[in-house]
Design a protein around this ligand. Structure first.
Ligand code: PEP
Length: 257
């Protein structure tokens, strides 16, 4: 089965609802009736409702950058999966390195989030990746193994095909320095191998594995041509219409599946 490539925009803490709405309406005009990868916008919570109203019928998907694992209650500042669904969200980024490193999210709470997202019919974009020190110390595989085994603990095989993994080396996020294609190829292969230790090979083949970390139009072609890369999770370059639409075009024309 040929996978459809994915281009996901992580807008982090940028763009007001008005800015988000005008960005997506311009993208929709540019891509109207064109065959395109799966495009997912992940704005901040405050924009989800408005963007959903403007995305209907466009074929473009909406994702959130986080979720809380409880259904409701006295959890000031948190957002439940039911609230996200009510705003038309289909994808949820879980375990982004900024959540892990700035907000101290750990494998145990991320595992709870993965469960709640999958149990409620949404699609997690589960982020994993090593730091610069991990890579230099040759700990990359060990770190990824721990993130995958603890993060996916208890997730049943029948749910795993509704899952997206994003490999995002922490040292490449927002730095302007992307991982080299060979590093990406080797690491995606390792991730596939680690997933195959947990699930049947036939299931693992269906899981899209994205690369994230300083993707831009200049490096998108060589990165999407890497075996095992099924698309991108993009921060900085997803905030600019010209850059983001160029990357979409590159993915569309060069993904081999
Ligand atoms: C990200 O935020 O997930 C990311 C990959 O950011 P950037 O593209 O800016 O490196």
């Amino acid at each position: 089965m040929i996978k459809k490539p994915i281009v996901a925009a992580n807008w982090k803490m940028y763009k007001t609802p008005q800015e988000g709405v005008s960005f997506v309406s311009e993208i929709c005009n540019l891509l109207l009736d064109k065959e395109k990868p799966t495009i997912i916008f992940c704005p901040s919570f405050t924009s989800l409702f408005y963007m959903n109203e403007n995305l209907s019928d466009s074929g473009i998907e909406l994702g959130s950058q986080n979720v809380y694992f409880e259904p409701e209650g006295a959890f000031t500042g948190e957002t439940s999966v039911g609230m996200l669904k009510a705003c038309g969200v289909r994808y949820v980024i879980i375990g982004h390195s900024e959540r892990r490193h700035i907000f101290n999210e750990n494998n145990t709470s991320l595992n709870k989030k993965l469960h709640v997202v999958l149990d409620n019919g949404l699609v997690p974009i589960f982020c994993i990746g090593e730091t610069f020190d991990d890579r230099n110390a040759r700990y990359t595989k060990m770190v990824l193994k721990e993130q995958l085994t603890k993060g996916l603990d208890g997730v049943k095989g029948q749910l795993i095909d509704r899952m997206v993994i994003a490999y995002e080396p922490v040292w490449a996020i927002g730095t302007g320095v992307n991982a080299e294609p060979k590093q990406v190829e080797d690491t995606h292969l390792q991730i596939n191998g680690l997933l195959a230790e947990l699930y049947a090979t036939e299931l693992v083949k269906q899981i899209p594995i994205l690369y994230g970390g300083s993707v831009k139009p200049e490096n998108a072609k060589e990165l999407i041509e890497v075996e095992g890369v099924d698309g991108f999770l993009i921060g900085g370059a997803s905030l600019k219409l010209e850059l983001f639409s160029k990357i979409i075009e590159i993915v569309k024309n060069n993904y081999k599946g």
